[in-house]
Write a protein that binds this ligand. Structure first.
Ligand code: MN
Length: 309
């Protein structure tokens, strides 16, 4: 379930991230779109909010009941300059990539693929689950690693943090003094919060910017209600944040140092210039080996030229 970025999501020019200095609660509705047979809420990128730390993409799919004969799988497609982060609340997916990785992922586990200069992958639907509920995020890679080698990691278990009336699972980075073992190339963090009602205060780094994405339930932050299908950007300058819930709620809290370089996102690529994105597209179309080969029964995904060509 890796969705291509359209020009509806991000302008086809390198864009700097917007800077907000203080705490805010800025709500931006997700764009509803389709990734294969899966309806998704595209929470990031947005106009004008394109990144949160180095998080540059978030698709939230489901919960949706599985139907016989309908696959939620996505055929082989390339990436460059980003990491894909896959997190499931229900269902399962089989990750296959050009490094030879073959990894089933289930709820509570993390798949983290680093594209670097180029990788390709497919996500097959084993069609055994009754329901699918999933999130896929991308992290923009910094100049230091974005032309480097591809890599893949699976974390069957992640560290957990106990808070008042909530549990946190640390996907990436550090939260409340607990570190995830997942690779990170920039100072970003992501934690899934399971909020059991009442009020939970989460510690934050004031120099980082943060955003909250509710996956299930409802959270009130600074008097503003946040539900699924919305990016709640929280700005910077917070050393903690109070989250109030009345029903069991699951939410992703994302943060990090604002990404320092203007990025250009188009289709499945994160780059800096149109030329390098055009070149990546041309090389995938020519199947010249840059992105390797994925052994999948699903059809390879192609794309036409970008709008500037
Ligand atoms: Mn993908």
């Amino acid at each position: 379930m890796s969705g291509p970025v359209a020009t509806d999501d991000a302008a086809p020019v390198p864009e700097p991230a917007d800077q907000v200095e203080g705490p805010v609660v800025e709500l931006s509705p997700a764009r509803r779109t389709q990734v294969g047979n899966l309806a998704v809420r595209r929470v990031l990128p947005q106009r004008p909010r394109r990144t949160v730390g180095s998080w540059c993409f978030l698709d939230h799919a489901g919960p949706v009941a599985a139907e016989p004969g309908v696959s939620f799988g996505i055929g082989p497609h390339p990436h460059m300059g980003l990491q894909t982060v896959t997190w499931l609340l229900a269902g399962e997916l089989l990750h296959l990539d050009s490094l030879g990785s073959e990894q089933l992922i289930r709820p509570g586990q993390l798949n983290l693929m680093t594209a670097g200069h180029g990788v390709s992958h497919a996500e097959e639907d084993p069609a055994r689950a009754d329901e699918v509920h999933a999130v896929q995020l991308w992290v923009a890679q910094p100049s230091a690693t974005r032309d480097g080698p591809a890599a893949f990691e699976h974390h069957a278990e992640l560290p957990r943090v106990e808070l008042d009336h909530a549990d946190g699972t640390v996907l990436v980075g550090d939260f409340a003094g607990t570190d995830s073992p997942a690779r990170r190339d920039t100072a970003h963090m992501g934690v899934e919060l399971a909020l059991r009602g009442a009020r939970t205060t989460v510690p934050l780094r004031p120099d980082d910017e943060h955003a909250l994405v509710v996956l299930e339930g409802r959270v009130t932050v600074d008097g503003v209600a946040v539900e699924p299908g919305v990016l709640a950007y929280l700005g910077r300058g917070r050393d903690e944040c109070a989250l109030a819930t009345e029903t069991p709620t699951r939410a992703l809290l994302l943060g990090g140092v604002p990404f320092p370089e203007p990025i250009l996102m188009w289709w499945n690529f994160v780059g800096r210039t149109r030329q390098e994105v055009s070149e990546a597209r041309r090389q995938w179309s020519a199947d010249d080996g840059r992105f390797g080969r994925v052994h999948s029964s699903l059809e390879r995904i192609g794309v036409g030229a970008p709008p500037w060509e």
